[in-house]
Ligand binder design. Structure first.
Ligand code: A3P
Length: 348
């Protein structure tokens, strides 16, 4: 009972981390918010529709901060995802591709005191720490975060829809790797994640109630379908700038995708790395669901926001929606998906 209470208390304080009082927002943000459409969100507080997408009030401040102040470099690499599409995994993979020349020890079972090479950073840090998010981590509370410690190329991430990316990102030649997922799996993953962040709200918000909101697009960084389409269209127009990936293809063809990723970001795997060294295989093994989930840092650590690292590793499968969706839910979400994606030939 005591453990349950402290878990609930932790959840409440965790959620509070993401909210700000009006007086903590800039005048620009406060003025903007009064003009935006609003609804109650998954946490039973208000969210606002800014540039066509739904966000918490405090996040709108983070978005404005990075829209107004972030200066992209041509060499930057930006990982962009809607929520719950495999961000954690992609961060681990791209980080490992970029850092593979450092020849880190990737084996979690090797005793670090007995090897001369440094342990891989992923063995002691969650991918979200190694690859920070622009609007949540870096610009959430400030207009001027210290980015001086980032080596080039800077590896950053965002959940922002294309329309809301800072102008400097759109104008630069930085690379964007976009990852999305079947909306049915996204909903199920989001449902579990949100209940974990705020278990007390689960009783208030049934799955049906939240599903209806998700389908209408009223969800963090939603509508999901518009988010995907924004990047999909851009990736067709500028394939050298935006790589468009699906969680399912990362699952089914990891070797091919990893090699493509390396090439796309300018870190192509050499023949020797592919064949003799099996660097590709080493990276995939280190970043696999089981491997990351079983690392001590991901079993017991927490992010600065208070979110437990283990919340990012649930099942890691394609098709878990089959365990939760009713026939009606399937029909409803498939009709929306066909309506939005059908004419673009996008399938999940
Ligand atoms: P499930 O909830 O379906 O298990 P994000 O990182 O964008 O928050 O996405 C989280 C989803 O990615 C969760 O999906 C999580 O289990 C899954 N995931 C995390 N790490 C993974 C990995 N290394 N391989 C595959 N899936 C992973």
């Amino acid at each position: 009972m005591a453990a349950e209470k402290s878990e609930a208390a932790n959840a409440v304080s965790l959620v509070q981390h993401f909210f700000k009082q009006d007086e903590e927002l800039s005048q620009e943000c406060q003025n903007l918010i009064t003009t935006l459409p609003t609804e109650s969100d998954w946490f039973s507080v208000q969210i606002y529709q800014y540039q066509g997408f739904w966000h918490m009030k405090s996040l709108i401040q983070g978005i404005l901060n990075c829209q107004n102040h972030f200066q992209a470099h041509d060499s930057d690499i930006l990982i962009v995802t809607p929520l719950k599409c495999g961000t954690t995994w992609l961060k681990a993979l791209v980080f490992s591709i970029l850092n593979r020349k450092n020849a880190y020890n990737m084996n979690p079972n090797l005793d670090p005191t007995r090897t001369s090479i440094e342990p891989h950073p992923l063995l002691s840090a969650n991918p979200h720490v190694l690859v920070p998010n622009l609007e949540f981590d870096l610009y959430f509370n400030t207009t001027n975060p210290d980015l001086s410690s980032f080596q080039s190329p800077r590896l950053l991430s965002s959940h922002l829809p294309y329309v809301s990316l800072p102008e400097s990102v759109k104008q630069s030649r930085c690379k964007i790797v976009y990852l999305c997922r079947n909306p049915k799996d996204v909903f199920v993953s989001l449902w579990h994640f949100m209940n974990r962040l705020r278990p007390e709200v689960e009783e208030l918000n049934t799955m049906e109630y939240l599903f209806e909101k998700f389908c209408r697009g009223v969800t963090f960084f939603g509508p999901f379908w518009d988010h995907v389409l924004g990047y999909y269209k851009e990736s067709l127009e500028r394939p050298e700038r935006i790589m468009f990936l699906k969680y399912k293809e990362l699952k089914s063809e990891p070797v091919r995708v990893l090699k493509d990723l390396g090439k796309f970001i300018g870190y192509t795997f050499s023949e020797k790395e592919e064949n003799n060294g099996d660097v590709v295989g080493d990276i995939l093994r280190l970043c696999s669901f089981e491997s990351l989930r079983n690392l001590e840092v991901n079993k017991s650590g927490k992010l600065d926001s208070g979110v437990e690292n283990k919340a990012y590793f649930r099942r890691g499968e394609v098709g878990d929606w089959k365990n939760f969706f009713t026939i009606d839910m399937i029909k409803q979400i498939e009709a929306i998906t066909e309506d939005k994606f059908g004419k673009h030939g996008l399938k999940f």
